[in-house]
Ligand binder design. Structure first.
Ligand SMILES: [Zn+2]
Ligand SMILES: [Zn+2]
Length: 644
């Protein structure tokens, strides 16, 4: 259905990529492979300013006059440790608020951040002008190496408006070769004034923030390296692995007079934990769901959901929806739900197949084997004839679907909708009344559920949600295996019982709060609550057995003030617990029960003891038994949801 609505498309996503294994690594895999003290180039590169772009402000015109009155060329100075990314440069970034300096050497003018003049070794050089980063934005410069001269395709991020829906989205569009190509300076909020030059080299194909900034600001995009990490095109260093290409790229820039200085640096760099190849940040083709097209519905649907605690609704979750980006939902994995998209090997025609029945009806369908298994590798054997070109064969694309998509598809997938249970949306099973998970799921399960439901039905799939705060250690630090401060629930349960642990979590603080935890805190619970309740119960059972008490129907009117008082308290408790649970407040409910048990033990039983002890079985004694019995049975029912 999403495909039919035009909501599935192929785009790029920058991920840490192993050029030898040929796969992206997750953040925890990357964390496994950092190495310190790795030697890399540290180079300062000159980007030649296009003087004709120095217009539209007094400061720029002064600069233009300054450069024009001299025969020295003018450059932006930028720094990098990955020379192989320089041919893919398509923008320079500056900090609009920072101060920049124009320095004049005996050969040239250089522009860089004032704060970094000394660090770069230009502290003693003549500063001929100071200006704000704002003045540099949109100035143009010449590419270090024009990609078109070396057989490289250039694309650009362009904002497109869908006339039918009015939705706007950004796509990459191929650009015509241009001999006089120039790039521009952009302003971003990630320009460091701690290292480098304050002018940042941007290669959107090889950096996550570069990509995002490039996408937002409509810059150009070129790939100069393939997935094996080898340089493509017809560059003098084509075919080389990126790290081997580094010195050759620098040689080429030196020849062009664009290398200012070349040194070595020792720093921390990530390597593949499997094969030790250096990881490359690489913009890879990936499948997206255009969630931004339904952003309005994501937000209006959230208005209908009750969040506990309430601040999550327009805070953490609401912000996430307001800043919605399209969902990169394909993965280069083997295990997982295969993406049901087939591509023609000859003409690249794409088709999304919605069911096994549809697949079997395709022309020249083949590769199906019993028993049915729609996972890899079996599904990859299934092919059919291309409906667009003659002789083309449709093969499934290799990606599988992000498991978060599976989690979000739960409301429909668990009942095999729409193939079965086609009344799901009308018969009361959808939307769900209530779900519960921890606060980190605002970008995980809470979101995947909400997104898929909105994409399919334009409405939310859950009405109430308790969002749990995280549990920290006794000092308030996050539990982690590395720190060794993780408390295994089973050790606490073995020592104090599951109900004690449950009761502690329900009553110690509201579920949305972050909480400190140690096993000692649970130790209090049996003492404070369960033993009190148990003592009341055992008092009752002892005497009731001696007197052979048989419970009679509840609600016998007693003349004892004590009985009437505790029954009144009990009825109030029922109403309070009910109201608290109806409003998703287990803590309020649990605390009311605790205080009732305290009253029951310390007031009712203590004041009534003699009524149970006396030898004659009169109406007053029966009334006391009946009252206490009613309290204990009702308490059991009230406690059942908390301590089953
Ligand atoms: Zn690897
Ligand atoms: Zn075809």
């Amino acid at each position: 259905q999403m495909w039919d609505k035009g909501l599935v498309y192929q785009g790029y996503k920058v991920t840490p990529h192993c050029p030898r294994c040929g796969t992206s690594l997750s953040s925890h895999e990357v964390a496994l492979g950092y190495e310190d003290n790795v030697e890399d180039p540290s180079v300062y590169i000159k980007f030649k300013i296009v003087l004709s772009s120095l217009v539209d402000s007094e400061v720029r015109e002064q600069l233009n006059n300054l450069f024009a009155s001299s025969d020295k060329p003018a450059y932006f100075l930028a720094w990098t440790t990955t020379p192989w990314t320089l041919p893919a440069n398509t923008a320079l970034a500056v900090d609009a608020e920072a101060e920049y300096a124009v320095v004049e050497t005996d050969k040239e003018f250089l522009i860089l951040a004032s704060a970094l003049l000394y660090a770069v070794g230009l502290g003693e050089t003549k500063v001929v002008k100071k200006l704000s980063g704002k003045e540099l934005v949109d100035l143009r410069y010449e590419p270090l190496i024009n990609p078109h001269e070396f057989g490289i395709e250039r694309q650009r991020f362009v904002t497109v408006r869908d006339e039918a829906t009015g939705a706007e989205y950004i796509e990459l569009q191929r650009q015509e070769p241009d001999k006089n190509l120039t790039y521009r300076v952009i302003a971003t909020d990630f320009v460091s004034l701690e290292d480098g030059t304050g002018v940042v080299h941007e290669a959107p194909a090889y950096g996550e923030v570069d990509y995002e900034a490039g996408r937002k600001l409509g810059v150009d995009f070129v790939h100069t390296v393939d997935l094996q990490g080898n340089v493509i095109g017809t560059y003098p260093f084509a075919g080389k692995f990126v790290k081997d290409a580094d010195p050759l790229v620098l040689e080429e820039l030196e020849r062009r007079g664009l290398l200012y200085r070349s040194e070595k640096i020792r720093h921390t760099y990530p390597f593949c934990w499997r094969c030790e190849a250096p990881l490359l940040y690489y913009a890879k083709q990936t499948w997206y769901i255009r969630t931004t097209a339904v952003k309005e519905y994501l937000i209006s649907g959230n208005n209908e959901i009750n969040w506990y605690p309430e601040h999550i609704k327009y805070g953490r979750f609401g912000d996430w929806l307001e800043n919605n980006v399209d969902w990169a939902f394909s993965r280069e994995r083997y295990w997982g739900t295969p993406l049901p998209i087939w591509r023609c090997e000859s003409c690249d025609y794409l088709e999304c197949v919605g069911s096994l029945a549809d697949l079997k009806k395709k022309p020249e369908f083949s590769g199906f084997k019993e028993p049915l298994d729609l996972h890899r590798p079996f599904v990859d054997e299934m092919t059919f004839a291309c409906p667009r070109c003659s002789g083309g064969k449709m093969k499934r694309v290799l990606e599988v679907i992000d498991c978060w998509f599976d989690s979000g598809a739960m409301p429909v997938a668990q009942v095999h909708y729409p193939f079965e249970n086609d009344t799901l949306l009308e018969d009361g099973r959808f939307p769900a009344d209530y779900i519960c998970e921890a606060v980190d799921q605002t970008r995980g399960w809470f979101y995947s559920l909400h997104a898929i439901s909105t994409l399919l039905f334009s409405r939310p799939c859950f009405l109430n949600v308790i969002c749990l705060g995280h549990i920290l250690d006794a000092k308030g630090e996050k539990m982690s295996k590395a720190k060794g401060n993780v408390i295994e629930p089973s050790t606490v349960i073995d020592k104090y019982g599951a109900d004690a642990l449950r009761w502690y979590f329900f009553t110690s603080s509201p579920p949305g709060n972050v909480r400190r935890f140690s096993a000692d805190m649970v130790a209090e619970v049996p003492r404070r609550f369960f033993l009190t309740l148990w003592n009341v119960y055992s008092f009752f059972v002892n005497y009731a057995n001696i007197d052979k008490f048989t419970p009679v129907a509840e609600g016998v009117l007693s003349h004892s003030e004590l009985d009437r008082w505790i029954i009144s308290e009990l009825n109030q408790l029922i109403a309070d617990v009910d109201a608290a649970l109806e409003s998703y407040d287990p803590t309020g409910a649990g605390r009311k029960i605790e205080s009732f048990v305290d009253d029951l033990s310390n007031w009712y039983v203590r004041r009534s003891r003699r009524r149970f002890w006396k030898s004659e079985n009169d109406a007053d004694k029966l009334s006391a038994y009946t009252t206490l019995y009613q309290c204990l049975v009702t308490l059991s029912k009230l406690l059942a949801p908390f301590t089953p």
